[in-house]
Each structure stands twice: as structure tokens, then as C-alpha cells.
Design a protein around this ligand. Structure first.
Ligand code: DLZ
Length: 176
């Protein structure tokens, strides 16, 4: 299991591109609010640590993780937003809701990455128990929000690297 080996907040800060000038939306599901609030705080704190201005972070909410896909799609349609960090927490219950929500959001965010050609980061915890979620929302396994923020900045850096080494000299078009 990945988090048994890696703390989610443990990363090489020198390998993270600056977020100066980038505008990033943080979209947060209200279900399991105590957990998702902690994840969002971690993501925002990490964005600021890497020079994303306070005025360039937008915080929005959706009711549950299932709604992240549509909310993120609406945000992704805005040309001024460079990346969307999607934050949710799905905890396994007695019904099959867990599987349906996890499948839906995974598929949905994957499609948005391709459709819009910009990062939609999967900052969703999918755990068996509340305790496991707490451990990954600032507990002993770190904070998945930190990991999500670092991922957004690394993907934006990758895009710039690919564009700057494009010998045809053309900007990559956004989306398909
Ligand atoms: C209905 C539901 C359930 C049972 N569990 C969760 C959960 O653990 N985490 C979460 O973010 N949302 C949950 N939801 C709500 C759904 O994501 C969605 O908001 C509703 O089904 C309405 O579409």
C-alpha cells in the first residue's frame, strides 16, 4: 500500500516549480467535511508555500464527491484557471455507494484532464474507515491535500517544459 511507504506531505520542495502567476481552483466536497476541510487547508497552504498568490487561489464547494466532476468541468471551462484541485473523502459504508462514487469520480476526472488539457488533480481519499481518512488528512500519513497541490504545480511545470522544447514553436492547444 503506497501510503504505508510514503508520507503524503513528504516531498522534495526543490523539485516543485514555482506557482507564481498561476491561478488554481480548489474544489471541495462537503461530505465528511472535517476531513475535506483539512485536505483543502493543506492544499492551499502548499500552493502559497510555492508562490501561488492568495488572490490566485479560488475555493469552491460541491455537496459530495460525486459532484466534483461537474463542478470541476465548469471551472475548467474558464481560461483564466490553470488547474483544478478536486478534494473529497469517500468512506466505505454498508452499501455499494462507495464503489459507484469512486468509479464515477475517477472516470470523470480522468476525462476532464483529457478534454480540457489542464490538470484536474485527484485529491480524493477513498478509505475503509474514518480513522484511515484522518491519518491522511494531517495525521500520521501526512495530508493528501499537500500531495494534490504539489501534483498540480508539477503538471503545470511539465506543460511549460513540453511547450518550451517544442521545436515546431507552436503553443500546445488546450483540450482535444
Ligand atoms: C451518498 C453519499 C455517501 C453514502 N457517501 C459519501 C461519501 O462517503 N463521501 C462523499 O463525498 N459523498 C458521499 N455521498 C454523497 C454523494 O457524493 C452525492 O453527493 C450524492 O449521492 C448526491 O448526488
Amino acid at each position: 500500500m503506497a501510503t504505508a511507504l510514503k508520507n503524503l506531505s513528504d516531498y522534495d520542495a526543490s523539485s516543485v516549480p514555482s506557482g507564481a502567476g498561476k491561478r488554481i481552483a480548489v474544489l471541495v466536497a462537503e461530505w465528511n467535511a472535517e476531513i475535506t476541510h483539512a485536505l483543502a487547508q493543506g492544499a492551499i497552504r502548499t500552493l502559497h508555500k510555492h508562490e501561488v498568490a492568495e488572490t490566485d487561489v479560488e475555493l469552491h464547494h460541491v455537496p459530495g464527491t460525486f459532484e466534483l466532476t461537474l463542478g470541476a468541468h465548469w471551472l475548467g471551462r474558464r481560461n483564466d484557471i490553470d488547474a483544478v484541485i478536486c478534494i473529497g473523502c469517500v468512506i466505505q459504508g454498508d452499501t455499494r455507494h462507495f464503489d459507484f462514487i469512486c468509479d464515477s469520480v475517477t472516470q470523470g476526472l480522468t476525462e476532464l484532464n483529457i478534454r480540457h488539457g489542464k490538470p484536474f488533480v485527484f485529491g480524493v481519499l477513498t478509505t475503509h474507515t474514518q480513522e484511515q481518512a484522518q491519518e491522511r488528512a494531517g495525521g500520521k500519513h501526512g495530508n493528501k491535500g499537500d500531495e494534490a497541490a504539489v501534483t498540480a504545480l508539477k503538471m503545470l511545470g511539465l506543460r511549460e517544459d513540453i511547450e518550451s522544447t517544442n521545436r515546431a514553436g507552436k503553443q500546445l492547444g488546450y483540450g482535444m
